[in-house]
Design a protein around this ligand. Structure first.
Ligand code: FDP
Length: 333
């Protein structure tokens, strides 16, 4: 009989050697706790239509998006879960304009940046959604929230949970990207995708093509390139887009290709991006690089972009390294 797969907590223990002792303990506590709250979120999503949890609350969040009932519920569930660990010092969340400061947990306490329910436009149509998180050091400072600002390379860990037909959790502490699947009968995440390696090139791209007229000319030319027929290089690529970043990035990590959300260049003096740096693009870019992929804004490496605002937005092109390198070339032409 095959050995039983490693649980998330067993796997977190194997990663301790790659982090300083104090950080390692806190990362294991926070990721383990996020795993447990994810199992609860998965249950809530499964029952949302039955419990009248679908639809909007009738207010906008810090970045102007209309908030859904499950966004608020997910934020509250995450805050409560993190408060139960002693490893956290603050939470930067899509659903809160300012950091949620928590009782300081010592020099190695963590600042968690999270989008509790990402892809919420999929909620009311029973589509896949996710939770994204990023971990940084509080450096023992109070308030801890400002310690989240800085480059993506400062992240100690990152991960996401995808609520699809199965609930999947992928995380990194800078030593590869590892994927787990929730066993509903035990509530445990089990290692099903150890050391994910993204293919060097893919066959599909994900982008909201309805925005084509707002794109940078390099972005437009790149998409035309992907659609052009060339048997030798495997083109045309197929279009795959779910509308939830977590689901689109998860597919891209496993199958290769690209996930893109380019900026709106209608006013070239002020390009406007949509996705948020701290709790969407930086963590997903960290995970992608750890899987052997690449993540760019078209103009620079995402992880080098310095956050100066909690809800800063940034363009992203991430996925198979050779595909992203080709996209960058189109931006330079
Ligand atoms: P959503 O607005 O539904 O929360 O977080 C933003 C996000 O979803 C991503 O998950 C997703 O990739 C993107 O926005 C979808 O945006 P479009 O509807 O503009 O394509």
């Amino acid at each position: 009989m095959a050995d039983s797969p490693m649980t998330l907590s067993e796997h977190l223990a194997t990663q301790q050697a790659y982090l300083s002792t104090e950080h390692a303990r806190n990362v294991a506590a926070v990721v383990g706790r996020i795993g447990r709250v994810a199992a609860v979120i998965a249950q809530e999503l499964a029952h949302a239509a039955l419990r009248d949890r679908l639809g909007y609350v009738g207010a906008a969040n810090a970045t102007g998006d209309q908030v859904k009932k499950l966004d608020v519920w997910g934020h509250d569930a995450l805050v409560a879960a993190l408060r139960e660990t002693r490893a956290r010092a603050a939470l930067i969340s899509e659903e809160s304009a300012e950091p949620v400061e928590m009782e300081a947990g010592g020099t190695h306490a963590l600042v968690v940046c999270a989008d509790p329910v990402d892809g919420s436009s999929n909620l009311d149509v029973n589509g896949a959604v996710g939770t994204i998180f990023s971990l940084r050091s509080s450096r023992g400072k109070t308030p801890a929230g400002p310690q989240a600002l800085g480059a993506g390379t400062d992240q100690i860990g990152a991960g996401y949970v995808m609520y699809g037909p199965a609930t999947a959790l992928v995380y990194t502490v800078g030593q590869g990207a590892h994927g787990f699947t929730l066993a509903p009968e035990t509530g445990e995440f089990l290692l099903t995708h150890p050391d994910i390696r993204i293919p060097r090139r893919g066959k599909a791209y994900g982008i909201n093509e309805g925005n084509v007229h707002t794109w940078h000319p390099g972005q437009r030319a790149f998409i035309e390139h992907l659609k052009a027929r060339d048997k030798a290089s495997g083109r045309p690529y197929s279009l795959r887009y779910s509308g939830a970043m977590v689901a689109d990035v998860h597919r891209t990590l496993l199958d290769g290709g690209l996930f893109m959300y380019p900026a709106d260049w209608s006013d070239p003096a002020k390009p406007k991006a949509k996705l948020r740096l701290l709790y969407e693009v930086a963590p997903m870019s960290f995970i992608t690089e750890q899987a052997g992929g690449r993540a760019s804004t078209g103009l620079e490496r995402v992880l080098d972009v310095v956050a100066t605002d909690y809800h800063q937005r940034v363009a992203v092109i991430l996925g198979s390294p050779e595909d992203v390198a080709t996209a960058d070339e189109f931006y330079r032409r």
